[in-house]
Design a binder for this molecule. Structure first.
Ligand code: MG
Length: 162
């Protein structure tokens, strides 16, 4: 019987840059630009990590993996996700579902949605039907519309039998 639930929300933005790979949900996507960041700049996974941390009021990604720490230079964000879930606070909680929205003008993400869901499902040990990855444009407006960067928003639900 589920006796407790927690919801978590996370968001992140990263700037597009030349000479970088575009990695979303741990999946390398073909695009002429990638996202700039201290780590691999996987904006989707960063939003998800913040949602997970937020659900248990543990802080945020910048606190756990500071961008001033050379250990996280070029870090694989999927590894940061695994490290997050290894925090003892998560041991008594199950992830019920994840709902992630990626907002970018380009590239078109629809052909990669399945691969991204499968990648997150593997990392979270969940079935893909519990992982939603949605993609949308910003209708040409703002920094996303000008293709300066992209944005991700994530919601997670945690449940526990306590
Ligand atoms: Mg980030």
């Amino acid at each position: 019987m589920i006796s407790e639930i927690r919801i978590g929300y996370g968001c992140d933005v990263h700037r597009f840059a030349e000479g970088r790979e575009l990695i979303l949900c741990g999946v390398k996507l073909p695009h002429e630009k990638g996202l700039l960041g201290h780590s691999d700049a996987d904006v989707a996974v960063h939003a998800l990590i913040d949602a997970l941390l937020g659900a248990l009021a543990l802080g945020d990604i910048g606190y756990f993996f500071p961008d001033t720490d050379p250990r996280y230079r070029g870090a694989d964000s999927m590894e940061l996700l695994r490290k997050t879930l290894a925090h003892e606070a998560f041991s008594s909680w199950n992830i019920s579902n994840v709902d992630l929205t990626l907002i970018t003008q380009k590239p078109r993400l629809a052909p990669h949605i399945t691969a991204m869901r499968e990648s997150l499902a593997r990392a979270l040990s969940l079935t893909t039907e519990r992982i939603s990855v949605k993609a949308k444009t910003n209708e040409g407006m703002g920094f996303v519309g000008r293709m300066e960067g992209m944005e991700a928003r994530a919601v997670v639900l945690l449940t526990a039998e306590k």
